[in-house]
Design a protein around this ligand. Structure first.
Ligand code: NAD
Length: 329
């Protein structure tokens, strides 16, 4: 399948990744893009006037049927989520996203949708394979035996399996990507749901503004991660949707860094050096996580490759512009 003039609905379009995908598809000339989110329109990360923007709670079955009506392609990004600070303290809320995933699958099946994309996460991977900073990069089969992130990861793994059975039992074509840490401009950078790259940019910018040259880092700073820039993410989402990949697949960068190295990168962008303190009681997630990209390279001949320092420079610049912007309301 090639996306050209299908009717497309993006669930969770008021969020970070959904908003960027709406933009990407509109730029490609796709005419009917329905954008749905539970947040009031003025809280969407971005919104495009050319899209049909709807505010609906997709935990409700009727709302999902309304969202899917007349659509051929569904992108399912809607989920109650955030960085480690949010998912470690809101496990029930994270699991309630199962209502969105379930009702959207039913609505897609009953509305003649041709294909559904589901955004899963690296949080589905077995925790025992992520206990050390130099743990081997995660291959798709490392999701089993199942020991995912408590709450959030279990919901993602369950929804992945539901997609598989909807395809097997009802013929609904599903494509599933497991995202590894996505970052970039227009993402959340404050308020409790922000993730490490945006939080570190914000802390460095605040240190620069206040002249208080200190930064608190969650955990020892030695935990390792990879981070995927948003443009790689939206390209990968589209390529996977259009492909014949019938199994959940990693969509992430394989450029591994420690959190300390991520702070080094941001300090260099900002032209500043800060005194670091380490909060060992803060939520910090697993000790080591990287994306094994063997499969995506085999299937697509491509993998996310935007360098971390380049993506972080753009992200830093955007967050700085937001923090320095005069309040207009
Ligand atoms: P986000 O929080 O910015 O976007 C999710 C959107 O879903 C939000 O705007 C939220 O309001 C909306 N939503 C939540 N509940 C809803 C409901 N009941 N009805 C309608 N809309 C609802 O998150 P994101 O970073 O854009 O992530 C998109 C998807 O990718 C999520 O499913 C997330 O779990 C997954 N993912 C993201 C990352 C990442 O690093 N950003 C990593 C792994 C997986």
């Amino acid at each position: 399948m090639k996306l050209n003039n299908q009717n497309v609905v993006i669930c969770g379009a008021g969020g970070f990744i959904g908003g960027h995908l709406v933009n990407r598809l509109l730029k490609q000339g796709i005419r009917t893009v329905r954008a749905v989110d539970v947040k009031p329109l003025d809280e969407w990360c971005q919104k495009s006037p050319e899209a049909e923007n709807l505010v609906m709670d997709l935990r409700e079955k009727e709302a999902c049927y309304q969202a899917a009506k007349g659509m051929e392609v569904v992108f399912q990004f809607a989920a109650d989520m955030g960085g480690m600070g949010f998912i470690e303290n809101n496990k029930a809320l994270c699991m309630l996203s199962v209502l969105v995933s379930t009702h959207m699958l039913l609505a897609a099946r009953d509305s003649g949708v041709e294909r559904l994309f589901y955004s899963s996460s690296a949080c589905v991977y077995n925790g025992d394979k992520q206990t050390s900073p130099d743990a081997a990069a995660l291959k798709e089969e490392d999701a089993y035996p199942a020991l995912p992130e408590d709450g959030y990861g279990w919901e993602k793994l369950f929804a992945e399996r539901m997609c598989r059975h909807f395809e097997e039992d009802f013929g609904l074509q599903c494509r599933i990507a497991r995202f590894h840490n996505v970052y970039g401009p227009l993402g959340t950078y404050e308020g409790g749901r922000e993730k490490a790259p945006a939080a570190i940019c914000r802390k460095v910018i605040e240190a620069k503004i206040t002249g208080k040259h200190e930064i608190e880092i969650w955990g020892s700073g030695n935990q390792t991660r990879s981070f995927m820039y948003i443009d790689d993410c939206t390209r990968g989402v589209q390529d996977i949707l259009e492909s014949d990949i019938r199994e959940p697949i990693n969509l992430g960068s394989s450029e591994l860094v420690t959190i300390n190295q991520l702070v080094d990168i941001v300090e260099e962008i900002a032209g500043i050096k800060l005194n670091r303190t380490y909060n060992l009681d803060a939520p910090k997630g697993v000790n080591g996580r990287n994306s094994d990209n063997t499969k995506i390279r085999q299937y697509l001949g491509w993998e996310p490759s935007i360098r971390l320092k380049d993506g972080m420079a753009k992200t830093y610049k955007w967050i700085e512009s937001q923090i320095l912007a005069p309040v207009t309301k």
